[in-house]
Design a protein. Structure first.
Length: 324
């Protein structure tokens, strides 16, 4: 049976949350068995809530799922709580009590491996990644992949692949691109046409780029393929721009980023990347400064890191001026 949420899942993959809402909300299925109808409704509600969380509507999701009893929906609620709690947290900082509590709820829910709870495991592993516990995320995802039976059917295969995405991301954060490439090869054997496979393949190629320019070209090809499969997205445009910058094609990178900016004007990755591109293109300082100011005005990890680096630079300048 075809996956009625195929398009919604792909939209979530590339961060097109409005499209995901529309696709999931409009999905229809001709199911007659009560358990199948119940599973369909649970899946639709989970996808709708994940799209809302992506749009920054975590508080609404928590309210909607306040009385949820299904394990998947409870996990989505805890993911919303966790996402809200770490939204403005400095990278590497100790988790707030609210974030730690939500993370604990997620990880406790996946102590026992079972096919029915793969989506919960994906959220728990993703939360560990977001908290900076790369080793913990890798261990959890690997344990589930090892103990789960061979996936059968489109939905089960998709969730299996989502766990592998966590493995790839964790390995890249641990600076092991060669192991991440091996994981992508496993994904390609399972489903080489999956949007998740295409995305991971391109990102791993970006990390392999310093060894070969061909890797950057392959990455760009994969990101273009992702746009064809899932539609234009801020994520795909930014990833393509990174590859184009590494290839020295800053004019093309600027076009990609302006396309991304047209889709989401307040995206911090887009504006910070545009600041870099503007500088390389030798544009007026006003242009570069404008994009930098826009990026720093958005509360988040990038603005916090920028502020910390600026403070260190100012301190170094002050020390130099007093000793010169």
């Amino acid at each position: 049976m075809a996956d009625p949420f195929y398009e919604a899942r792909n939209a979530l993959t590339v961060g097109n949350y409005h499209q995901a809402l529309a696709e999931a909300g409009g999905a229809k299925a001709t199911l007659r068995k009560q358990d199948e109808v119940s599973a369909f409704n649970t899946e639709r509600e989970a996808l709708l809530c994940l799209a809302q969380i992506g749009l920054g509507q975590g508080e609404a999701v928590i309210t909607q799922l306040a009385t949820a009893t299904h394990p998947t929906l409870q996990a989505v609620k805890h993911w919303a709580q966790f996402s809200l709690a770490i939204k403005n947290q400095t990278p590497g900082a100790v988790l707030t009590p609210a974030a730690a509590s939500a993370l604990e709820q997620l990880t406790q829910a996946v102590k026992e491996v079972g096919p029915a709870h793969i989506q919960v495991a994906v959220l728990a592993a993703s939360a560990l990644l977001a908290s900076g516990d790369n080793a913990g995320a890798l261990k959890l995802a690997k344990r589930w992949l090892h103990e789960l039976p061979t996936p059968e059917g489109g939905v089960n295969l998709r969730r299996h692949m989502e766990l592998r995405v966590v493995v790839v991301e964790a390995l890249l954060r641990m600076r092991r691109p060669e192991m991440a490439r091996s994981e992508v090869s496993s994904m390609e054997q399972l489903d080489d046409e999956s949007a998740l496979t295409v995305l991971c393949s391109g990102i791993v190629s970006l990390h392999e780029g310093p060894q070969s320019l061909d890797a950057y070209r392959k990455a760009l090809e994969r990101f273009k393929e992702l746009s064809i499969r899932c539609g234009q997205s801020v994520l795909a445009h930014n990833l393509a721009a990174l590859a184009q910058m590494e290839l020295g094609d800053f004019a093309a990178a600027e076009r990609s980023l302006l396309d991304a900016l047209a889709m989401r004007s307040g995206d911090v990755d887009t504006t910070s990347n545009l600041a870099v591109v503007s500088s390389h293109l030798g544009k007026a300082a006003d242009s570069t400064n404008r994009y930098t100011q826009q990026a720093t005005a958005i509360t988040g990890a990038w603005s916090q890191q920028y502020a910390a680096m600026s403070a260190r630079l100012n301190e170094a300048v002050l020390q130099f001026s007093t000793t010169a």
